[in-house]
Design a binder for this molecule. Structure first.
Ligand code: FPP
Length: 245
């Protein structure tokens, strides 16, 4: 009997780790005559959709830049709005994230945030730590320079006390002292809103990442946008310093 099932064309594996600089919430709101907070609210809605889409596409790690160490320079009311949205997100979404097997991790100096947010962060990490689905990494009060300086200080301390030899400091030792210890480097870093900068985001980890800049504003970024960036990633030729085959 003729087997009329056509052979499946193997689709390339998705990037293992996508990191996103979610930019353009303010412009999205301004274009509609709305207050900036409305853009951030729609940005938080977009987060929900993209987390789901990553799970469906089989992406293992998603890092989101929610609040940078430089974002404290914004007006206090906007900082409060952003913290409020993080609070609401964690309160509302933790149960569903846990149910669907998402492991939640935070990077950045989040320990200085309001006590109730610190509690929510610790609860989210503790509750989901054994989950094996998507790892969702939320960068809060994160900046690469702080992260790298922290690593340098801890390594220097260990050298000072004789626990580590200078000649033993290599990539792996250094990466172990970063906030992202145990997380593979991003394969793809996406920034929305047309800006073409990394803005102190994952500078060490970005060494071999593909960088993709889209004009879409973050609140407009959806499942289809994610599929498009994954398609573009597949068109890139990653050589890690070698020549192409
Ligand atoms: C940049 O837009 C966006 C931010 C500084 C914050 C991102 C936060 C969220 C999407 C909501 C909360 C996050 C989670 C994880 C629930 P912008 O304000 O710089 O936009 P603009 O450049 O157009 O002014």
């Amino acid at each position: 009997m003729v087997n009329n099932l056509s052979p499946k064309t193997a689709s390339p594996p998705p990037p293992r780790h996508i990191a996103i600089i979610m930019d353009g919430n303010g412009r999205w709101a301004k274009a509609r005559g709305l207050p900036r907070v409305a853009g951030h609210q729609r940005g938080a809605d977009a987060v929900r959709g993209v987390v789901e889409a990553c799970q469906d596409l089989g992406i293992s790690y998603l890092t989101l830049y929610a609040f940078s160490s430089e974002n404290w320079k914004r007006p206090p009311a906007e900082v409060d709005d952003l913290m409020g949205l993080l609070r609401v997100y964690l309160r509302r979404e933790l149960r569903e994230l846990h149910r669907s097997g998402v492991r939640v991790r935070f990077i950045g100096n989040w320990s200085v945030l309001a006590k109730d947010i610190v509690d929510l962060i610790e609860d989210a990490e503790r509750t989901t730590r054994h989950n094996t689905g998507l790892t969702l990494i939320i960068a809060v009060n994160y900046g690469s320079h702080n992260e790298i300086l922290g690593a340098v200080r801890r390594i220097a301390e260990q050298v000072g006390t004789g626990r580590l030899k200078v000649e033993d400091i290599d990539d792996a030792v250094f990466a172990h002292h970063l906030n992202t210890d145990g997380i593979p480097d991003p394969d793809l870093i996406v920034r929305t809103s047309g800006e073409k900068r990394l803005s102190n985001f994952l500078l060490w980890q970005a060494a071999y990442a593909e960088l993709l800049f889209t004009d879409l504003l973050w609140p407009d970024f959806n499942r289809q946008s994610l599929e498009e960036v994954v398609d573009e990633f597949h068109r890139r030729d990653r050589r890690y310093g070698a020549t192409s085959g």
